[in-house]
Design a protein around this ligand. Structure first.
Ligand code: AMP
Length: 251
């Protein structure tokens, strides 16, 4: 079974993000970029499927600038077999990205597409859902467990929903998006990083894929979160109750 896994290049989660002076976005110059953490979990899941003998080939795909090759190399070091970069200088909106990934899916014909549930930069949480809709495939989002039954051509997905866990059974081919508790991704070892340098990485120009990616959405302004005020330590329950009642006015 071929598995396609998506990998987005984002600002590293340890970086304190700074908003650009014109409020048009966040500063990306000289900022450490990494693989989106939920995509790392998706790649790990694909590698575990291969280790179990379920997946036969893992193709990692990224839509982004040439520099996203770095993140694809990371996916190759974790265990993907080959990678495809859909190169575009300007990042399309989520629908554009979903359409480009759909074009790759149609070319590669995987049985399972694994994505992160969310990209930590845009926080859209919609690419997997849009891709499933465009492909007319079933989707299992927010997965905290996924069991593939190749003989039955189904995947059982445990979903983290507000009230607890929901288990769904999807017919393959299907789209699954990874939540935090799906697995703990391994660290790429030095030998695997060296090996990844020799794995195939193909680049396709987004403009040549025959996909309309113009967006109808415009970012008007980006603001940093409000500074948090420092807290105080109270010395008694009575003082706490007094502050909650008279200062915070929440009780
Ligand atoms: P989002 O809907 O933007 O929150 O992203 C959800 C997931 O879609 C991410 O975790 C990725 O797996 C995938 N995705 C989004 N944008 C891209 C991209 N430019 N390249 C590859 N995968 C992406």
């Amino acid at each position: 079974m071929k598995v396609l896994v998506t990998v987005k290049r984002v600002v590293d989660h340890n970086v304190k993000v700074r908003v650009k002076s014109g409020h048009s976005g966040v500063e990306l110059d000289n900022v450490k970029m990494s693989i989106n953490p939920f995509c790392e979990i998706a790649v790990e899941e694909a590698v575990r499927l291969k280790e179990k003998g379920i997946a036969t080939e893992i193709v990692a795909v990224s839509v982004g600038p040439a520099a996203a090759q770095e993140q694809l190399r990371t996916a190759l070091a974790i265990g993907a077999d080959r990678a495809i970069l859909v190169e575009t200088a300007q990042m399309p909106g989520a629908l554009g990205v979903a359409k480009l990934i759909k074009a790759v899916v149609e070319r590669e014909a995987p049985q399972l597409v694994l994505l992160g549930k969310q990209a930590i930069d845009s926080d859209n949480n919609q690419t997997g859902q849009m891709l499933a809709a465009l492909l007319n495939w079933p989707q299992g989002t927010f997965a905290s467990a996924a069991e593939v039954d190749v003989a039955a051509q189904r995947v059982t997905v445990t979903r983290e929903v507000d009230g607890g866990l929901q288990t769904v059974s999807l017919r393959l081919p299907a789209v699954v998006t990874a939540d935090l508790r799906l697995n703990e991704p391994r660290y790429a070892t030095l030998p695997s990083i060296m090996k990844a340098k020799k794995k195939p990485l193909e680049t396709l120009a987004a403009s040549a894929m025959g996909v309309a990616v113009e967006t109808s959405l415009e970012t008007l302004r980006v603001e940093p979160p409000a500074e948090r005020k420092g807290g105080v330590k109270v010395t008694s329950v009575a003082q706490l109750v007094d502050k909650l009642k008279n200062e915070a006015k929440v009780i």
